[in-house]
Design a protein around this ligand. Structure first.
Ligand code: NAP
Length: 311
């Protein structure tokens, strides 16, 4: 039996067969990472696994993150100690793309304000100028990052009559062919998009890419959507741009200091703020947990991991 640490919150998503031959210590989010002889850890994205944690787990062979993003793991420290790191790419692409569209539609058409109006009992009836929003047809969607999720968001855009621009390190010819999307540099993406949607991972290069200066380069009244990682956005600068009205609306699923949300952002107008539920469908969450455990089983049985973060 292999001693493994597994996030307690995924227990209900797993089948007994996925846990065969494992001596499991279920680790709740509130529990600190312990010190001991465990050979695998399956953390949620909320658990930092850095140098200290790796030092305290000297027999560790794999960190099987239950997320496609892995900015909660110190990759350099893991690689130096010969510990494999895996993620859960692919299975959450469609769910996260759907949620991105939920935010695009909710911000463009002011759904939260409409719901609040109805629930407060203050709706007095149809009015020709009530809650006027942004018509998507004929507008431009700018994808910052066009990997799996960025492209899945872009593939839904032609149905809404949107032109698609994208900024990425490499060209995506098939995506361009299928959707008519055009690759542009970041300046043009910011200047021409009515909706900017972020789909790059959080890395040292992308941290704070949406800041006072980049927000100022966006079109007046444009919408910002972030279903990637909170670190990409300087929240105070976004709140200020929303308050000034330069940014027309923001739809956010992720934040810099989750679950804390910057008070100015909470107070800002025209926001739709979700509690990091991009991949929150039953099917996807089961698949994410399943891939993480399949990676653990592979590595502990001397095989290559299915979805390594680095090779
Ligand atoms: P992915 O397939 O690896 O796509 C990432 C894209 O970002 C790639 O197209 C890559 O460009 C591009 N990129 C990376 N660094 C860049 C830079 N410095 N400048 C411009 N482009 C850059 O990842 P994914 O599966 O689409 O996931 C994207 C992110 O979504 C994840 O990292 C995760 O943090 C987040 N996520 C959030 C949720 C949620 O619950 N809200 C759910 C799932 C994922 P190249 O293709 O040219 O290499």
């Amino acid at each position: 039996m292999h001693r493994v640490l597994i996030a307690a919150e995924i227990q209900n998503l797993l089948e007994p067969a996925q846990l065969e031959n494992l001596d499991i210590t279920w680790l709740a989010t509130a529990d600190p990472t312990p010190r001991g002889d465990w050979v695998a850890i399956v953390p949620l994205l909320t658990r930092w696994v850095g140098g200290t944690e790796l030092k305290n787990l000297p027999n560790l062979r794999i960190v099987a993150n239950v997320a496609v993003g892995y900015n909660n793991v110190d990759l350099v420290a893991a690689e130096m100690r010969g510990v494999l790191v895996t993620n859960t790419p692919g299975v959450l692409t469609e769910a996260t793309a759907d949620l991105t569209w939920a935010l695009i539609l909710a911000t463009a058409r002011r759904l939260v304000e409409g719901v609040d109006l109805v629930r407060s009992g203050q709706w007095t009836g149809w009015h020709p100028e009530q809650l006027l929003g942004l018509e998507l047809h004929g507008r431009t969607l700018g994808l910052f990052g066009a990997g799996r999720i960025g492209q899945a968001v872009g593939r839904r855009a032609p149905a809404f009559g949107l032109r698609v621009l994208y900024a990425a390190r490499s060209a995506k010819p098939e995506f361009e062919r299928d959707t008519g999307a055009m690759r542009v540099d970041t300046s043009r993406l910011l200047a021409e998009s009515d909706i900017v949607s972020l789909h790059v991972p959080a890395t040292p290069e992308t941290k704070g890419i949406i800041n006072a200066e980049s927000l100022a380069r966006m079109k007046g009244g444009a919408i910002l959507i972030n279903t990637s990682r909170g670190d990409l956005v300087r929240e105070e600068a976004l709140a200020a741009a929303l308050a000034r009205g330069h940014i027309g609306a923001a739809g956010l699923d992720v934040y810099t200091e989750e679950p804390t949300i910057h008070p100015r952002l909470l107070a800002a107008p025209r926001t739709v703020l979700l509690p990091h539920i991009g991949s929150a469908t039953v099917e996807t969450r089961r698949k994410m947990a399943g891939i993480a455990l399949a990676n653990v089983q592979a590595v502990l049985n001397g095989k290559a991991p299915l979805t390594p973060v680095y090779s």
